[in-house]
Design a protein around this ligand. Structure first.
Ligand code: 3PG
Ligand code: MG
Length: 395
């Protein structure tokens, strides 16, 4: 990536409009349950305020209907949390391009931050509306995209706003730069062996990722419920396990294309009902009896996968190996997480469930990179490019 970076522009006394992804999970009492996306935006935020820039932050949160009345999607809790993390004063505007935002932007001092209300409260955001974009664009001298988790979207704040700011500096932030360095650059020219670990429920979510990675990695390990669809494709018995029957033909094609590159589980940890205290047994893969469902990879599979990961020099992991939120069916995901953490590899963990699993299991500090993007990290692993990044200024 050769995009102009936030550090390379002179921001002193200028207003920077920065798109961040503060789409953080909130509990029913509006408390943030995971503030990683805010923390990961700090290097770009500090780069601006520490050099005397005036910073306006914009983000979406959740999927409100766009009528501006949905208080539970307010960005206020994220602004408050940011205020606890930085020394700079953090102000909050109760609208986006309305009176409050304009009044507070006009008063914004050097080294201060203004967080606008949820951009999705305006119906123009997800439509990519140019008038809405022009109103945002008019507020600033410099545009910065540091919203990696939203880079696969073409919402107004991601595309129409920087388009409307053509001629002014339009730069990339630290987080987007780091995510691309790992999820794209490191994968294009990987240290080998390059092992991809794919899990989760559905083959359909990962088809394009498998297709793209088959061309560049040495082995693709498959776990999670996805493996049962592959098992069906090999003529195995899967009992009542979660499968996608309409994807069996596709699984056959992927197996044929992969040759020996795809490594499937050799045993399965099953239960007789979806509960941690169900009856359990371990069976060879493809031999799950009726009345039983696969909930995790078995112990032989754990050993097999761990041994392969131990020798890897590049690892990409997306999707848990089993129902990791329901012990003891977290065992396979734990063993894989441990193996990734112990390995001497450049280790890249996709966002969403895999990021949650690695955090929850306490290994986040022992891997090279945990992505802040769910859909965005998958798109990147599919080999897709992002318009929201491509349109930024070249370095
Ligand atoms: C995410 O969490 O996936 C991003 O913030 C994008 O949100 P969206 O999927 O609602 O567009
Ligand atoms: Mg999403």
């Amino acid at each position: 990536m050769a995009k102009k970076t936030i550090d390379s522009v002179d921001v002193a006394g200028k207003t920077v409009l920065m798109r961040v992804d503060f789409n953080v999970p909130l509990d029913d009492a509006q408390h943030i349950t995971d503030d990683r996306r805010i923390r990961m935006a700090l290097p770009s935020i500090e780069s601006v305020v520490n050099r005397g820039g005036k910073l306006i932050l914009m983000s979406h949160l959740g999927r409100p209907a766009g009528k501006g009345d949905d208080a539970k999607y307010s960005l206020k809790p994220a602004a408050v949390r940011l205020g606890e993390m930085v020394k700079a004063p953090v102000h909050f505007a109760t609208d986006i391009v309305g009176e409050d935002a304009h009044a507070k932007a006009a008063k914004l001092g050097k080294g201060e931050i203004l967080v606008l209300e949820n951009v999705r409260f305006h119906s123009g955001e997800q439509k990519g509306d140019t008038q809405f974009a022009a109103a945002l664009a008019a507020m600033a001298d410099i545009y910065c995209n540091d919203a990696f988790g939203t880079c696969h979207r073409t919402d107004a704040s991601m595309v129409a706003v920087p388009e409307a700011m053509a001629g002014k500096p339009r730069v990339v932030g630290h987080l987007v730069g780091k995510e691309i360095a790992y999820l794209s650059d490191a994968i294009k020219d990987p240290a080998r062996p390059f092992v991809a670990i794919l899990g989760g429920a559905k083959v359909s979510d990962k088809i394009k990722v498998i297709d793209n990675l088959l061309d560049i990695c040495d082995t693709i390990i498959i776990g999670g419920a996805m493996a049962y669809t592959f098992s069906l494709a090999q003529g195995g018995k899967v009992g009542g396990s979660l499968v996608e029957k309409d994807k069996v033909e596709l699984a056959k094609e992927l197996l044929a294309k992969a040759g020996k590159k795809i490594l499937l589980p050799v045993d399965t940890h099953c239960g007789d009902k979806f509960s941690g205290d169900c009856n359990k047994m371990i069976v060879p893969a493809g031999e799950i009896p009726d009345g039983w469902e696969g909930y995790d990879i078995g112990p032989k599979t754990c050993d097999l996968f761990a041994a392969l990961i131990a020798g890897a020099k590049t690892v990409v992991w997306n999707g848990p190996m089993g129902v990791f939120e329901m012990p003891p069916f977290d065992e396979g995901t734990k063993r894989v997480a441990q193996a990734v953490a112990d390995s001497d590899s450049t280790s890249i963990i996709g966002g969403g469930d895999s990021a949650a699993a690695i955090e929850q299991l306490g290994f986040a500090d022992q891997v090279s990179h945990v992505s802040t993007g769910g859909g965005a990290s998958l798109s990147m692993l599919e080999g897709q490019e992002f318009l929201a990044v491509n349109l930024l200024d070249e370095a």
